[in-house]
Design a protein around this ligand. Structure first.
Ligand code: 5GP
Length: 328
């Protein structure tokens, strides 16, 4: 047994300290980024925020709305891939059970291998296979989830362009409670971004953003992309019934999801997700505008003219957590 003595941090453990800034207006802050990816060499420009591939948020309706803002949507793997997709902002999701020979589309330039635990040998071998396989070798390969720098490096070296970071921080995830496993998401983001960037790779920080400030902190910590589930839940573009002024939102490994997609609760695995009711908020447009406004303002406070410069301009201050919770 070993204990890491330094305290690892979550988004709520820090604030971004304001700095002298030459930006005159929030409008001056540019949220667009352009990336060239390590293995595929594809280039992509847009606002690097992604709707999570959960069945509630990873929908075609979400894609339609988010792509107007040059944001990305990871389509839930249980939703039929539209053929042919006309946009470069839609990400295909697969699991380890997918036979790559059966991929019947070749228009998507993105493919995301998404598993709960990216620490298995099988997962790494699958990433390496994807980088060699005819159907996927030229795509922007995203793979995850892990939450430590060594694993991030291994997955990039196996062939992924982007590693998805986050074990346990999700709003409807119960992994930390059910298994005791996890890693505070701000520190995971800082450490894994550093590891990935050293190899010309990129990361998505996935899970744990509950307010716009958390997204700003994630970008400040070095995340190239931020993936959102709960913050985009409860909108017109989501799947699910509107029950009065609420919608149901559940984790993809919750009992609800297992019953819906596998017909039964799988006995070999615990349910590591829960179901919650989220307020119904109408079109996601308003939420996006709120996110953009908050991020532009964060850039202005930190003195970053472009989102790309935010990590360089960010100084985090650790806060007294109890106080932070009182004011949140
Ligand atoms: P949020 O933005 O809601 O905090 O987090 C969204 C992320 O939570 C998803 O992108 C996914 O990685 C993770 N997630 C979704 N469903 C589950 C689940 O049932 N269990 C766990 N452990 N994580 C989940």
């Amino acid at each position: 047994m070993r204990i890491i003595e330094d305290t690892k941090l979550d988004f709520s453990d820090v604030l971004i300290s304001p700095k002298r800034s030459q930006l005159t207006s929030r409008k001056d802050a540019d949220l667009t980024r352009t990336f060239t990816f390590k293995h595929s060499k594809h280039q992509w420009s847009g606002v690097p925020i992604i709707a999570s591939n959960m069945d509630h948020t990873g929908t075609l309706e979400m894609f339609e709305e988010l792509s107007r803002y040059e944001m990305l949507t990871a389509l839930c793997k249980f939703i039929k891939w539209p053929s042919p997709p006309s946009n470069t902002n839609l990400i295909q999701t697969i699991g380890l059970d997918k036979n790559l020979d059966e991929l019947d589309y070749d228009d998507s330039q993105w493919i995301c291998l998404d598993v709960a635990n990216g620490y298995t040998e099988r997962f790494n071998n699958y990433v390496a296979l994807m980088r060699k396989h005819e159907a996927t070798k030229n795509k922007i390969i995203i793979a995850g989830n892990v939450c430590t720098p060594e694993a991030t490096e291994e997955i990039i070296l196996a062939g992924a362009d982007i590693v998805k970071i986050g074990i346990g921080p999700g709003s409807v995830c119960t992994t930390r409670k059910m298994t005791g496993v996890g890693f505070p998401q701000l520190s995971a983001t800082i450490e894994c971004a550093d590891a990935a960037h050293g190899l010309d790779g990129h990361i998505i920080t996935d899970g744990g953003c509950t307010v716009v400030g958390d997204i700003a902190k994630a970008f400040g910590a070095g995340a190239d992309f931020v993936m959102l589930g709960g913050m985009l839940a409860g909108h017109k573009e989501c799947t699910g019934e509107i029950l009065g002024n609420h919608m149901e939102f559940y984790g993809m490994s919750s009992e609800e999801a297992q019953l819906k997609y596998y017909g039964e609760k799988q006995t070999h695995r615990a349910s590591e997700g829960k179901k919650v009711q989220v307020p119904y908020r109408g079109s996601v447009k308003n939420t996006i505008e709120e996110i953009f406004g908050g991020l532009r303002s964060a850039c202005t406070y930190a003195g970053a003219r472009k989102l790309k410069a935010l990590p360089k301009c960010t100084t985090f201050v650790k806060v007294n957590r109890q106080l932070n919770e009182v004011y949140s």
